[in-house]
Design a protein. Structure first.
Length: 194
């Protein structure tokens, strides 16, 4: 089976142009990991759904260490979200309404430990971050997608690209790594654009 055409749909995303079926293989996963390395955000999306109106949004999300994904929730409209690890190692953290942390919510997605994914209920404040280079997940959530109400960003978390964002992520990741007994992070808050 030949791979359908892949097109760039934004500076941070590509899309498969398939009519009936396509596949997710090592080449596509590696391509997205490479794209994420070159991105100022250190992450890239690859879309499988047909468009924003699709009732089921499906995508690859390639994330490099130091990429800041601002804590957010999907509340209005309420949307669940599922993440499946394809390669790498991913940290997942949920928060209380005021930004409090519960270490019981620190999930380590790591195939070597037999933890492949997680499912997040609507309205849960959360973030994810890559713990090793070239981390790629398959993400699914209900559509339709509307940038105006897809997610609520946590008011207590720094905005993406702010000077505080990298420091926030570094502190969160350091706490996560200590809890899970992981080696220290290799990226520096001063060397990232978050």
């Amino acid at each position: 089976m030949d791979r359908p055409e892949i097109i760039r749909i934004s500076p941070v995303a590509t899309k498969s142009c398939h009519e009936t079926v396509t596949f997710i293989d090592r080449d596509l996963v590696q391509r997205k990991a490479h794209d994420a390395k070159r991105s100022p955000r250190k992450r890239e999306i690859h879309v499988f759904h047909s468009g924003d109106a699709d009732p089921l949004q499906r995508m690859l999300n390639a994330i490099q260490p130091g990429s800041y994904i601002r804590p957010h929730r999907h509340l209005d409209p309420p949307k669940s979200e599922s993440l499946i690890l394809l390669q790498g190692m991913l940290g997942y953290v949920s928060f209380g309404d005021e930004g409090s942390l519960d270490e019981k919510s620190f999930l380590l997605l790591d195939a070597g430990r037999g933890i492949y994914g997680c499912d997040i209920r609507p309205g849960v404040w959360h973030t994810i971050f890559a713990l090793v280079p070239d981390t790629v997940i398959f993400e699914v959530k209900p559509g339709p997608y509307s940038p105006a109400n897809d997610k609520d960003f946590a008011p207590w978390a720094p905005q993406e690209y702010s000077p505080e964002a990298a420091v926030f992520l570094a502190q969160l990741e350091d706490s996560f790594r200590r809890l899970w007994g992981l080696p220290p992070r290799l990226w520096s808050p001063s060397a990232t654009n978050s």
